[in-house]
Design a protein around this ligand. Structure first.
Ligand code: NDP
Length: 296
């Protein structure tokens, strides 16, 4: 069997096109223009690439887009002040503070300071609680798991009920919300992590396998159940070849091996990554629609 590659780039482009059209309609009907504020602290090169991608995509969607770039030595108090200003700004419907933050700032305190109604990353305790209690429709769902769910549905349609889903990774931003969404879709869900005993055997049970670990190609081909749908969230930079100073991106799954057994798999890059940005735009549009009192 050779797996179908799930093209996240195409799906994300289609979604962004729809968001741009809906944004134009919202502006025409209500005068409300969705606004996204992205805050970055420090000069981490990977974060800078993510943030400029997000701002560029926001502009393509027709959003009011603002970017705040703060110095690496910014204090928690200064950042909290900016968050308070953005909470109060009627032109801003979504606030994203790019993680990781420098060590002098407690990320949890900053996330809790964001108005849950503008928390388009879906990391605030209130949004996390809504998702965990089965009220995802009232929440902002974190963008990566929300994007992964769209890709899974593109393959399986309505056929998720009763499928065994294994999520490897239990972070608050990917693993846990991913498991909640799969549970809400009536999958039987197993969450695996660094203390899981016999991870290969656990993965082999998965009709749907989601890898969100951050370990290059940890999941091997013979860990995949024949016919499984594999969603590789991992983004890992590794040397392009032995001793090569150039680098390339790989996921948490050994893709070529996995393709021999899976029915469908997301590539890295070009799978979940583009969907994450598209879902950030969708969450921002949703926030603006809620603000304007119209449905998305
Ligand atoms: P975290 O480091 O927060 O979490 C990693 C999880 O993997 C933890 O739960 C950890 O277990 C588990 N883990 C680590 N090593 C092993 C192992 N050997 N066996 C089993 N489980 C293990 O990472 P994130 O959730 O933030 O991100 C995961 C990956 O996804 C990263 O590569 C990240 O770059 C990528 N990512 C991609 C995005 C995208 O848009 N495509 C967006 C966000 C993240 P424990 O809890 O026990 O420590």
């Amino acid at each position: 069997m050779t797996a179908t590659l799930i093209n996240g780039k195409t799906s994300a482009a289609a979604l962004i096109e729809r968001i741009a059209a809906d944004t134009a309609l919202l502006r025409q009907k209500t005068g409300v223009q969705p606004g996204l504020a992205v805050v970055i602290v420090g000069d981490d090169p990977a974060s800078q690439v993510y943030v400029s991608n997000k701002s560029r995509t926001a502009e393509r969607c027709g959003f009011h887009s603002v970017q705040h770039t703060l110095a690496a030595e910014t204090t928690e108090e200064q950042l909290l002040l900016l968050v308070a200003q953005l909470n109060a700004d009627p032109k801003v419907h979504g606030i994203l503070v790019q993680l990781p933050l420098p060590t002098q700032i407690a990320a949890a305190a900053v996330i809790r300071a964001i108005d849950p109604a503008k928390d388009v990353d879906g990391f605030h305790d209130i949004n996390a609680g809504r998702i965990a209690s089965g009220a995802a429709h009232e929440a902002f769902v974190p963008c990566t798991p929300a994007g992964a769910m769209i890709l899974i549905r593109e393959v399986l349609g309505d056929g998720l009920a009763g499928k065994h889903a294994v999520v490897v990774g239990r972070s608050n931003i990917v693993g846990k919300p991913m498991a909640s969404l799969l549970l809400a879709a009536d999958c039987t869900v197993t969450i695996a992590h660094s203390r899981t005993v016999d991870l290969p055997a656990v993965c082999r049970m998965a009709d749907i396998l989601v890898a969100a670990v951050g370990r290059p190609e940890l999941i091997r081909g013979d860990w995949i159940k024949p016919g499984a749908v594999v969603i590789d969230v991992g983004i890992n930079r590794v040397p392009a070849g032995p001793g090569d100073p150039k680098t390339r991106l790989v996921g948490d799954v050994a893709t070529a091996e996995a393709m021999e057994r899976a029915a469908a798999i997301t590539p890295v890059p070009g799978g979940v990554g583009p969907m994450t940005i598209a879902l950030l735009m969708l969450n921002t549009l949703t926030s603006a629609c809620r603000h304007a009192g119209v449905s998305v």
